[in-house]
Design a protein around this ligand. Structure first.
Ligand SMILES: NC(=O)c1ccc[n+]([C@@H]2O[C@H](COP(=O)([O-])OP(=O)(O)OC[C@H]3O[C@@H](n4cnc5c(N)ncnc54)[C@H](OP(=O)(O)O)[C@@H]3O)[C@@H](O)[C@H]2O)c1
Length: 349
């Protein structure tokens, strides 16, 4: 990351950590009433007021619209999985707003078409059910047939914290949907990436909730032990390790792969949590959570911004490099995961 920061320093004026804040900028909320705080927090979570910006001038509060300001993406093509909801829908909106052609992937073509229509985004709807290898392979084929080189592939779709253990093709459902499904899709489309094409995997800080040993290679069906967040954490660790190992495989090319944590955002991802979770998240949003515009910023930044051209194998949060758990940086585990996933896929027939 030293290289990333050095490059930014040479092109921009870095914020001086000791400088006085510009006049009018809020540095404390002690004098604010709750009503005033809520008004401010329509655009900014309270926590965001205490978080600084990173070396690139972007941070917790940056929105996808802000981080892509001034970019002209016309002539470029992006594929976004899970384009019909939450962060995926906002990502689709922003990429389209900047002139990009968006291949919107959703479980069904109807959902993808509807998502493109919401903001009249120029793009192509495709069906891609990440729990169904046949659907993913059909998606790969139809995207290849489109003949449009892809500038960035954004692996955004995901499910979280299924209360009861479920399996798909004999594997724990979150591991299969979030990791194996994306593995089939991304590896199937690698040849359609442009020479400097990017793979952007939406992981999570929840990768820290994976079991202590990381990926439980000898129990990928979670038969011996199942915990809803442990399994989600494992799948998000898999997204991160996938990006790390893919970056290694792309070494020597101009193509890149990175992973990210988007923040904590109230979206449909909470649908499997305890009853009332969505209401609780709604209550927390003004204080502690990002809104979707902020939540989609890091993935839009990684998919489009010139700052990250050539940066690969890294993990970002709030549009800046971030640290992971020890498992999240374990390249031996990443290589083993790749090998095991290839085996899983071969076994599917
Ligand atoms: N929100 C957060 O706080 C948070 C924090 C960290 C990481 N993330 C990650 O951010 C990503 C986006 O989540 P979100 O918050 O935007 O949640 P969301 O609103 O629930 O969106 C998830 C998307 O994934 C799609 N999806 C789920 N299962 C699928 C399948 N089998 N095949 C294809 N698509 C499928 C959903 O489609 P349907 O609508 O058809 O179900 C939906 O479009 C996820 O990878 C999540 O793990 C979110």
């Amino acid at each position: 990351m030293a290289e990333f920061h050095q490059r930014l320093r040479s092109t921009r004026r870095l914020p001086d950590r000791h400088a006085r804040p510009p006049a009018g900028e809020l540095t404390t909320c002690s004098a604010l009433t709750f009503v005033e705080m809520r008004a401010i927090n329509r655009d900014m979570a309270l926590i965001g007021m205490f978080k600084g910006k990173g070396a690139n001038g972007f941070g917790y509060n940056s929105t996808a619209q802000e981080v892509t300001q001034g970019l002209d993406l016309s002539g470029k093509t992006y594929l976004v999985t899970g384009c019909n909801s939450g962060l995926g829908l906002e990502t689709l909106r922003i990429l389209g707003l900047r002139g990009g052609h968006v291949i919107g992937a959703a479980r069904t073509v109807d959902k993808a078409s509807a998502a493109l229509q919401v903001h009249r985004t120029s793009g192509t709807p495709v069906a891609c059910d990440l729990a169904d290898p046949a659907s993913i392979r059909a998606c790969v084929q139809s995207v290849q047939e489109l003949g449009k080189p892809i500038d960035a592939l954004i692996g955004n779709a995901g499910i979280m914290a299924l209360p009861k253990r479920q399996t798909i093709h004999g594997y724990e459902a979150q591991f299969f949907t979030n990791h194996v499904g994306h593995f089939i899709l991304v590896t199937g489309l690698l040849d359609t990436l442009t020479d400097n094409g990017r793979v952007v995997m939406v992981s999570s800080a929840a990768h820290s909730r994976a079991p202590k040993a990381g990926i439980v290679f000898d129990d990928l069906a979670a038969e011996k032990h199942y915990s809803s967040f442990g399994a989600y954490g494992q799948s998000k660790l898999a997204n991160l390790l996938f990006a790390r190992h893919l970056a290694k495989r792309l070494n020597g090319t101009r193509r890149t792969a990175n992973a990210l944590h988007p923040g904590v955002i109230r979206t449909n991802i909470a649908r499997h949590l305890f009853p009332g979770a969505e209401l609780a998240m709604a209550g927390l949003t003004p204080l502690l959570l990002k809104n979707t515009e902020q939540g989609a910023a890091t993935q839009c930044y990684l998919a489009t911004h010139a700052d990250v051209e050539g940066i690969s194998g890294k993990y970002f949060a709030d549009c800046n490099p971030a640290t992971t758990t020890k498992n999240g940086a374990d390249m031996t585990m990443a290589a083993r995961l790749w090998e095991v996933t290839e085996y899983v896929i071969r076994d599917l027939g």
